[in-house]
Ligand binder design. Structure first.
Ligand SMILES: [Zn+2]
Length: 198
């Protein structure tokens, strides 16, 4: 998902590009037939669509059945990961609020989102919700902590004024984390910029 609308080289293949209409996600599905495959079917997500690899000689009915099954499998796996990740994130938010904000920031919900590609984090102070971009996953913990603390601080100070940054001064790695994120932005454009809409 890194580069969004990045052009991909055309590769010779027999493919079907179809929308899975019955699904709430209405995700694009691309089926690739491979002569190298005799039995195995596999699937993965790429650039907001699902690629399903099937053996070249599979019938259309089999293809239909496998596509449905692989989409279900991916959905189940992702919702499980998402759930576990959100719990940990909420727990971490509680710890950070306690340690650096005197426990005053009490979010109502904290969760990972995959539809946020232009911002690392966002929050809605009016209903106490915080969302972190899944693109932070895999980055150093101090960076994720910084973004989380940044959004927690917004529950207390909505703008980016002096009072806001004074809150973040309590976190010893604010500058380092901001530098890290700037480096990511510089290294692979387009990427999220730090900041919020408010
Ligand atoms: Zn902000």
């Amino acid at each position: 998902m890194a580069a969004g609308s990045e052009e991909r080289p055309a590769v010779p293949r027999r493919s079907v590009l179809a929308a899975a209409k019955s699904r709430s996600a209405a995700q694009a599905v691309e089926v690739r037939r491979s002569t190298r495959r005799s039995r195995t079917v596999s699937a993965y997500r790429e650039d907001g669509r699902t690629v399903i690899l099937i053996p070249a000689r599979m019938s259309e009915a089999e293809e239909k059945r496998w596509v449905a099954q692989m989409l279900d499998r991916l959905d189940a796996r992702e919702s499980k990961q998402q759930l576990r990740g959100d719990d940990e994130l909420a727990e971490r938010a509680g710890e950070l609020s306690q340690k650096y904000l005197g426990g005053r920031a009490r979010p109502r919900s904290v969760r990972w989102v995959t539809n946020q590609n232009t911002r690392w984090g966002s929050c809605t102070p009016s209903d106490g919700t915080i969302r972190l971009s899944h693109r932070l996953q895999g980055m150093p913990e101090y960076v994720v902590d910084y973004v989380l603390l940044h959004e927690l601080a917004h529950l207390l100070v909505p703008d980016h004024g002096r009072r806001f940054w004074a809150l973040l001064d309590a976190y010893p790695r604010t500058e380092r984390a901001r530098g890290y994120l700037e480096g990511v932005v510089a290294a692979r454009l387009p990427a999220p910029r730090e900041g919020c809409d408010h």
